[in-house]
Design a protein around this ligand. Structure first.
Ligand code: ADP
Ligand code: MG
Length: 274
């Protein structure tokens, strides 16, 4: 008798992807990465490294910004996304939460959540159940269900943006800089929620972040981008332990980074003038 084979087809696989904007600005220079089933993958890198471009290449949203995948392939659940529209991908379970926590400011929290169902045919009962499940995850949103989204705090708006994605019942959420501009305590709360959604509901995340410490604390795997290339990859625990990552992305002064102090001037010797 043969043992059952576990389906290890990655949820998302980018293979040597090159992206250009306006036919001229090269943003990705051969990015390869995988998001295995039931995983959280951190995509780290400083401003302009190509994190948002990578997410948009995966969700089919590049065309809206005159960007295109010039070479390489993007596959979702084993099949190249090719000509599939962003809407078709959302229907298949791939949802992106854009950078900057886009909400509809003049709609209430609950109306914003209801828009999350746009890609699937949902009955009223189904929508109600999806929204209730989101409120269970984000009780603060239930308390503010009748408030206009534009009046929420930054943290609440980020939760609303994630909550709206959840209403679409995703398998994989591409989450762009959820920590941006938020206080450390709020970031901690949001990242703990991501972990719960992952562990209890089986949702996977590709998490683009400049806040490497927060992302590495919840991620299983990590990739570091620099000017459109993957320069470091591995298990999150290994990436977190690397001296170069600690020094450049976690702000830790490692032994190598401590420049030798200049020798103290001998007695009577004058200090160099500035
Ligand atoms: N819509 C766009 N048009 C032209 N260039 C863009 C556009 N979006 C991003 N870029 C460029 O692509 C590169 C990667 O940007 P981005 O993916 O936004 O990086 P990150 O999200 O890591 O900050 C940058 O050089 C940026 O200026
Ligand atoms: Mg970005």
């Amino acid at each position: 008798m043969t043992a059952p084979v576990r389906d290890e087809t990655p949820l998302l696989a980018l293979d040597r992807v090159e992206v250009v904007y306006d036919g001229i600005v090269v943003a990705l220079r051969g990015v390869s990465l995988v998001v295995p089933p039931r995983s959280i993958v951190a995509l780290l890198g400083s401003n302009g490294a190509g994190k948002s471009t990578t997410l948009k290449a995966a969700s089919g949203l590049l065309a809206a910004e005159r960007g295109e995948v010039r070479a390489g392939t993007v596959a979702f659940r084993g099949s190249p996304i090719g000509a599939r529209s962003p809407l078709a991908l959302v229907r298949e379970g791939l949802v992106q939460v854009l950078e900057g926590r886009h909400c509809f400011p003049h709609l209430t929290v609950e109306e914003n959540l209801a828009t999350g169902v746009f890609a699937r045919k949902a009955s009223r009962a189904d929508l109600r159940e999806s929204i209730e499940r989101t409120y269970m995850r984000f009780p603060g949103l239930r308390d503010r269900r009748r408030s206009l989204a534009g009046l929420l705090s930054g943290g609440e708006q980020q939760m609303l943006a994630i909550g709206r994605a959840l209403v679409g019942k995703p398998t994989l959420v591409l989450l762009d800089e959820p920590s941006m501009g938020l206080a450390p305590k709020i970031v901690e709360t949001i990242f703990a929620l991501l972990r719960d959604l992952h562990e209890e509901d089986g949702i996977s995340f590709l998490l683009a972040e400049q806040n490497a410490a927060a992302a590495l604390a919840v991620a299983d795997f990590a990739y570091v981008l620099e000017t459109g290339r993957v320069v470091i990859q591995g298990a999150a625990s290994e990436v977190r332990a690397r001296d170069d990552v600690r020094q450049l992305y976690l702000g830790v002064r490692t032994r190598e980074s401590r420049a030798p102090r200049p020798p103290a001037p001998a007695e009577g010797e004058s200090l160099p003038r500035c």
